[in-house]
Design a protein around this ligand. Structure first.
Ligand code: ZN
Length: 140
């Protein structure tokens, strides 16, 4: 396991805007506040969601879209730079009215309502292509 120590930076709480994209808003906020490394948790509700599933054999992301209201029971993610822009790597567990859940790597979702806690780190984390997984990971 590769790792590095980071110093904590600012903390934020935020309310996501209705009808705007869940992940896009986090990235816009990170760009506005010059956050180059951070972690976040969130919860709320969305009007639809698109998850990406990474096929480990094909080494491709395949989308799965759900056009229905979902509760964001739990969302966790991190912020780092990808091609010099903030990228919010976002995972979420979303539930349906009957309590069953959908979960995964959240690409996009139209916010109904959402609340976030964001912890910035005084550091720059930059993603780079990893040959083994063909993902953009943190090189240390
Ligand atoms: Zn992911």
């Amino acid at each position: 396991m590769d790792y590095r120590a980071l110093e904590g930076g600012r903390e934020f709480v935020a309310r996501l805007e209705h009808d705007r994209d869940w992940r896009g808003q986090i990235e816009s906020f990170a760009a506005e506040e010059n956050i180059e490394a951070g972690f976040f948790v969130g919860l709320g509700a969305v009007q639809d969601a698109e998850f990406y599933f990474y096929d480990q054999t094909d080494k491709e992301y395949y989308p799965a879209s759900f056009d229905e209201p979902l509760e964001v029971a739990s969302c966790v993610g991190n912020i780092s730079l990808l091609d010099d822009e903030p990228f919010a790597h976002t995972h979420a567990v979303c539930s349906r009215a009957d309590g069953t859940s959908l979960a995964g790597h959240l690409n996009s979702a139209t916010v109904f309502a959402g609340e976030l806690y964001v912890r910035e780190f005084d550091a720059t984390l930059r993603r780079a292509h990893d040959e083994t997984t063909e993902l953009d990971l943190w090189p240390f």
